[in-house]
Ligand binder design. Structure first.
Ligand SMILES: Cc1cc2nc3c(=O)[nH]c(=O)nc-3n(C[C@H](O)[C@H](O)[C@H](O)COP(=O)(O)O)c2cc1C
Length: 315
């Protein structure tokens, strides 16, 4: 039995990464319905919006789904926890901050706690604080990244050796080969963001999906390194503007102001790549279609099994 599937009460060890502000209930529900774990991202949403998103996701599925709370981004951890208790959401995914002070409250209510980290030290701390599952996210990933810049290939085996609890690999996984690779490195499952954007159910602008499908392997870029605020984006006119700002030494506050959720929404939802940005992981170059979530998950499971067989024939 896969420990991730057991702990999360899901069929396949494939998790949706939280995508604050831009993902929606139908995508989360479709992933859970397909046997994976759908995740709501609360990002900078207001308490009312968070409640609506939970209610709407519950209307679309009876299967378990998670709520992602990016701790340093939202001021509404308490309110979100209250809604989670009220609506009996079984899984919380804590990211972007120190989860230790929050873990006991969720555990007391019987909620399974998943912590997203990007280093061995933070994985061990989360385990000591009571986390049930670690998501170890490498530098290939879309969106906000850790300053350590460790890649998934190097991070997963080191984290898997350092903790007793199950590990999920995130960053750079887009097909069944990636799933098989992650399992070979010591993970028990994968979390994906970029691949789930280019699906039929993803409520993102069609030109965002299309751009991911057309992207070459070299088409993502890192912005914000100079400010210690690393974010992986698809190369667009707006990403170029951010890079130029950085090169000419604009103030960190200007960078922060130009990378708020408003600019994210303009890119991801409105398809405006001149006045807004779009997150993308390095795996974008691998994507060449826009399947349904169910097709994607079934295909990945089949590819992973085939991948193991063909890899075994090489040794
Ligand atoms: C559009 C978008 C928004 C994201 N927002 C969040 C977020 O709010 N919280 C979070 O923990 N991770 C966020 N991420 C990261 C994903 O949850 C996931 O870990 C990451 O995308 C995995 O790497 P991949 O893109 O290579 O699959 C976001 C990713 C994308 C693509």
């Amino acid at each position: 039995m896969n420990p991730i599937c057991q702990l999360l009460n899901i069929q396949y060890p494939i998790l949706q990464g939280g995508m604050g502000n831009v993902s929606n209930a139908p995508l989360t529900a479709a992933i859970s319905e397909a046997g994976g774990l759908g995740t709501i991202g609360i990002g900078t949403l207001s308490p009312n919006e968070i409640e609506q998103l939970i209610v709407s996701t519950k209307e679309h599925t009876d299967k378990p789904f998670a709520v992602n709370i990016p701790l340093s981004v939202t001021p509404y951890v308490k309110e979100t926890a209250k809604y989670m208790f009220h609506y009996q959401i079984p899984i919380v995914v804590l990211s972007a901050g120190n989860p230790a002070p929050y873990i006991p409250k969720f555990k007391e209510k019987g909620i399974t706690v998943v912590c997203v980290i990007a280093s061995v030290k933070h994985a061990q701390k989360a385990e000591q604080a009571g986390a049930d599952i670690i998501v170890a996210e490498g530098y290939e990933a879309a969106g906000i990244n850790a300053t350590e810049e460790s890649t998934t290939m190097t991070l997963i085996p080191q984290v898997a050796d350092a903790v007793e609890i199950p590990v999920v690999a995130a960053g750079g996984i887009g097909d069944g080969r990636g799933l098989a690779a992650a399992l070979s490195l010591g993970a028990a499952g994968v979390q994906m963001g970029t691949r789930f954007i280019a699906t039929q159910e993803g409520a993102f602008h069609e030109s965002y999906k299309q751009k991911l499908v057309e992207a070459a392997d070299t088409e993502t870029t890192i912005v914000g390194r100079k400010y210690g605020k690393i974010r992986r984006l698809l190369k667009t006119a707006y990403a170029e503007e951010l890079l130029n700002d950085e090169a000419t030494g604009v103030d960190i506050q200007i960078f922060i102001n130009k990378t708020t959720e408003e600019y994210h929404r303009r890119g991801a939802i409105e398809g405006n790549f001149i006045e807004g940005f779009i997150n993308s992981g390095q795996i974008a170059g691998l994507l060449n279609d826009i399947p349904t979530v169910d097709e994607l998950i079934q295909r990945m499971m089949k590819e992973a099994k085939e991948g193991f067989k063909s890899a075994a024939s090489f040794i």
